[in-house]
Design a protein around this ligand. Structure first.
Ligand SMILES: [Zn+2]
Ligand SMILES: [Zn+2]
Length: 87
């Protein structure tokens, strides 16, 4: 193995360790989600493109992870949008 390969290997390991430390407590105890505003729901299948829905976005106070609107409240928004458009 060349030194360059060894360095790349070591760097990848450092990144993996950093990630493990950062998300460790969350992996064990769950994220501590805090509302961080909203973003476009991006409901697909809207005939006129953008339906203008917005969904809440949460950010974890511990690791800084973001759910990008992947949460139950957002699902509700998308569902009611679909129902409204189907009506
Ligand atoms: Zn977290
Ligand atoms: Zn929508």
């Amino acid at each position: 193995m060349s030194l360059v390969d060894e360095l790349a290997d070591a760097e990848a390991r450092v990144e993996a360790l950093k990630r493990a430390i950062r998300t460790g407590p969350c992996a064990e105890h769950g994220h501590d989600w805090q509302s961080d505003g909203g973003c476009n729901a991006g409901c697909d299948r809207a005939e006129d493109g953008d339906c203008g829905c917005s969904v809440p976005v949460n950010v974890c106070t511990k690791c800084g992870d973001c759910d990008y609107g992947d949460n139950p409240a957002a699902e509700d928004v998308r569902l009611s949008c679909r129902i409204r458009r189907a009506a």
